[in-house]
Design a protein around this ligand. Sequence first.
Ligand SMILES: N[C@@H](CCC(=O)N[C@@H](CS)C(=O)NCC(=O)O)C(=O)O
Length: 214
Amino acid sequence: MRPMELFTDPRAPSPRRVHLFLRVRAIELPLRRVDLAGGEHLSDAYRDLNPAGTVPALVLDDGTVLTEVMAICRYLDERADGPPLYGNTPLERARILDREHWVEMQGLLAVMDGFRNASPGLRDRALPGPAPVVQLPELAERGRQRFERFLDELDLRLTASPGLAGEQLTPADIAAFVVLEFARWGTGQAPGHAHKAIRSWQARMIDWLEPADA
Ligand SMILES: N[C@@H](CCC(=O)N[C@@H](CS)C(=O)NCC(=O)O)C(=O)O
């Protein structure tokens, strides 16, 4: 048996979702730093653990390796004491997963395409992981357009409720918050003046994520 460990580079968007989740849920875990900028995720040692060469990866006591943010957070949510962030009823859980997956598909992938297909430092690395993938400028442009559509839709959804999946902070909000951070530095895109609901929600997110006494 080995102790549970989170392999992570906290600066990258996907690990950041897990770190924000851990903070809100007050869960402490042993961390193992994987240096993305230095290429450590592509080393043989790390790919023995996670062949996809991505972070985060959560290694459980029995050696099971989880490599998807949603699976990692859900597993930890169910194991931890206190109110779950993934909801209390089948409907709450389904709604949260519905929104979180929507953010991944329509928001995260859009920014990822926009960033990875245009960034000079990611030549032939247009997708995460060890296999070479050429950059496609058209895909970068489509990603940027798709992200603008995501912002419009996000604004509509946040006009209807304080959080993406209801009244409370959920992992769907954390995912969207991190996607917006990623877009700001990755493609230089941000909500506009017309996105009033997003702007109010961003202020609420700061309160939710960083309570005054933190
Ligand atoms: N399966 C992961 C994807 C994780 C992922 O793509 N992580 C990025 C960092 S945000 C990574 O490891 N990139 C490695 C690379 O660029 O080669 C998820 O849960 O969403």
